[in-house]
Design a protein around this ligand. Structure first.
Ligand SMILES: Nc1ncnc2c1ncn2[C@@H]1O[C@H](COP(=O)(O)OP(=O)(O)O)[C@@H](O)[C@H]1O
Ligand SMILES: [Mg+2]
Length: 241
């Protein structure tokens, strides 16, 4: 029996066949402003409420901005940080470092330095695309991301969420075409345009070893609750068209 970890959104757990599989890596893909950061913080918050140790690494924004944004949504992480269960930080790699072949191992070592080699239950890298911004060599980028994910699975053993910014309007699932292959599952966030209305939607695109509901679902972002799934997109289109 595979052990499952909740996404923090019970309806999403149902959609993906019972939650994430413990110890694996999952990808949340979507354009900018689709809710990737909020979904990954909701995943973290669920772990913290269960007394798990959680790490959130911001790769594009200052960590203070992320935490202030979360507070604005009604999520105060201070007590968990003080208690030591929550370890949020930012990593900003310079393009120069990458050009000179900065190893993926050193990136993971960097994480281990922050976490002090303690057991980490949940880990978020948000967004992985930022890690390699400005590096031209696509093959190298793919290998780098692949190595990071496999080191994390081996050395840290957390159930990991990586997010990927995909250009809006693109049907690609990730920026570098590798994130989707290394992950055990993909959740896509998008904004769906229907006449004068815009709907926030999400769907599962791939879930290894899990039964998966392929429907598109409409969701809202609500203060305190975060992502709230309202129902299937088809139902909305019938009701409101
Ligand atoms: N306090 C809030 N109340 C309601 N919606 C919010 C709040 N804060 C952010 N949002 C919504 O969440 C969206 C951004 O989500 P975010 O997770 O940062 O997106 P991404 O990481 O995919 O760029 C914003 O575009 C906004 O519509
Ligand atoms: Mg974000």
């Amino acid at each position: 029996m595979l052990e499952r970890v909740s996404t923090g959104i019970s309806k999403l757990d149902e959609i993906i066949g019972g939650g994430f599989i413990k110890g694996r890596t999952y990808l949340i893909a979507g354009g900018t402003g689709t809710g990737k950061t909020i979904m990954s913080l909701q995943y973290i918050l669920d772990g913290l409420k269960k007394n798990e140790t959680c790490v959130y690494i911001s790769l594009d924004d200052r960590i203070s901005n992320v935490l202030i944004g979360a507070l604005n949504l009604g999520w105060n992480f201070d007590q968990y940080v003080k208690f030591g269960n929550f370890i949020p930080f930012e990593i900003r790699l310079k393009t120069e470092d990458l050009k000179h072949g900065k190893e993926s191992k050193s990136f993971v070592k960097h994480i281990l330095q922050y976490t002090g080699r303690r057991r980490v239950d949940r880990l978020v890298l948000d967004p992985i695309s930022s890690l390699v911004q400005g590096v031209g060599d696509l093959l190298w980028v793919r290998e780098y991301i692949r190595e990071i994910v496999s080191y994390i699975e081996e050395e840290i053993g957390s159930t990991t969420v990586i997010t990927a910014d995909i250009p809006s309007g693109s049907s690609a699932l990730s920026r570098y075409g590798v994130e989707e292959f290394i992950s055990s599952g993909i959740i896509v966030l998008d904004i769906f345009e229907h006449g004068p209305n815009l709907y926030r939607i999400l769907y599962a695109r791939k879930m290894r070893w899990s039964p998966m509901d392929m429907s598109k679902y409409v969701f809202n972002i609500v203060p305190n609750d975060g992502i709230v799934i309202l129902g299937k997109l088809t139902d909305f289109l019938h009701k409101y068209s």
